[in-house]
Design a binder for this molecule. Sequence first.
Ligand code: IVH
Length: 677
Amino acid sequence: MPIEQEIAQLRDEINFHLYRYHVLDAPLISDTEYDALYRRLLALEQANPELVTADSPTQRAGADPLEGFEKVTHPAPILSLANAFNEADLRAWRTRIGRLLPDPDMTLDYVVEPKLDGLTVVLTYENGRFSQGATRGNGEVGEDITQNLRTIVALPKRIPVDPNSELTPPPTLVVRGEVFFPLDKFEALNAARLAAGEPIYMNPRNTAAGSLRQLDPAKTAERPLTLYCYDWIAWEGVEPPTTQWQRLERLRQYGFPVSPDSRHCANLDEVAVAYSDWIAKRNTINYEVDGVVVKINERPLADSLGFVGKDPRGAVAMKFPAQEKTTKLLDVVVNVGRTGILAPTAVLEPIEIGGVIVRNATLHNYDEIARKDVRLGDTVLVKRAGDVIPYIIGPVVELRDGSERPISTPTHCPVCGEPAVRPEGEVAIYCDNLSCPEQLVRRVEYFVSRGAMDVDGFGSQTAVLLAEKGLIHDIADIYYLERDTLLTLEGFKDKKVDNLLNGVAASKQQPPARVLTALGIRYVGSVVAGLLIDALGGIDQLAAASVERLQEIEGIGERTAVAVTSWFANERNRAVLEKLRTAGLTFAAAPPATATARADTLAGLTFVITGTLPTLSRDEAKALIEAHGGKVTGSVSKNTSYLLAGEKAGSKLSKAQSLGVPILDEASLMALLHPAI
Ligand code: IVH
């Protein structure tokens, strides 16, 4: 193929993958594969500089912004970095820049920072106030996502954050940071989605991207996103320190979150050690890193080296070896979930990835399988990052020998044999048979689990055994188990039976929000259950509510409203409900006095704000509370849930005190929103 043609093809291909990655957040190939394409294009262009065009992907960063957000022109280009893949590449970089230095062998010191696999954001502060936040977009123009960024707790709304800081608010400061989804939170989110019968998210980065691009900031606020900042992009009326290490420190002093894992290295050998240390610990930290960024510490020197295309010469990204490996796809088994979801799970030829043997991986859903054209017997690329469920990126088509067979979408439940159904607008397929034995076990497991009815002494094995012996046919049956029958089961002695029956009896005291959660209605996890019960007062009111009424409730969308009403419209579900009522479960909420804020929402709570808060303006605090579902009113009454009070609070504070309204400061509000951050 002529060089021109290959270059043109590579550009088209790369542009397409950039679009998939940056605009749609749905990459089709791995970073490793993308890097290979990109390097091939770069090499061809370097060998044939006359063929470089302005629109080549090597000449710009990222892709075009989405429609729907305002565009923002960055005050300076938001640059990218050249890649190195090992120590030899690192030393080659040092040699190359040596030619541009006054003395090629001079000792340079460096800062080694984690290369966070998140989303670049550009944050503008005017007179110390957060005034605008944007995505990187194409490096010159990004999208205005200020409102979404405001919902990120770790993002300072005013700098310096510490009111006692010696620093004064800088007239203009634009910083660069990386927003990401902490891995523990990501796993918790997926665990909750699995429990609620919803499809799980693919990976933390895309989920963070999706959350940031929500047109509705309340949606972003539901996600525990956070960020680390690492660069000064533009400034006026304030001078940044001259070294990168001090710039990080100054950002910290202003109150920006800065990675605690950055290191100052006196020479290149120390950098190489830092890199190997990172490879060893990359799976033990709570965010995804795909490498380290090595930066020349002296910024004037680093900046004087200029650029190659969009990559500054003064820094280099050292990628980690991929946590992606290829292996054979031996089989695809169907897992039946509690809601009847039929989830495809890959059975792999066992393979070690990053120190862990991977035997199974998720294929997400059958649409994904079709889209990626994965086939049985394929060599597939598997990715594992941190403790996130390993997943299949796609097949290595070149390695096919013709023996691969297509993966069929199940037409029937593999356990009970009932036809599989696919609700309109959903990617998942379901077994709709409420008496499917597998679903029954999963439903009972879920019903008694810690986040639901929390029945002591009732484990998975008990659920399986009771279902097998035909002692339970629905979740309510656990309240009608008889001592004498249980004693006939193998391994069930007096003590074990007592424990089980006591646990079951004690669970009758659980509040209605837990009962509702435990019913396992699609999309109704503990948070949504709390919203519904708070708004309506109990399960009977919920059963009587229309789709329209449910949608009036803050935080309840159409999808949930429909799922709830159709659950209650089902006669078999009604019968189970009556059995639960007869057993003595609590259906009506206690009076509102006992209502407390849930971990991630302020729904149902009314706030009054007074005084000067340390970092938030009143409008910002109001927006934050509202983004979490709370209400803000102007005057304190006995219906006020909390008074949010800052310095110089006046009459509202004394009124709240006299009425016994609890008083919060800004930090306690933050703790209420994100207890674990
Ligand atoms: S420095 C000129 N530092 O990695 C400065 N980038 O290819 C260029 N990234 O998309 C960026 N963590 O968003 C820098 N500590 C860090 C970073 C970092 C993550 C991302 C950045 C860019 C890519 C660089």
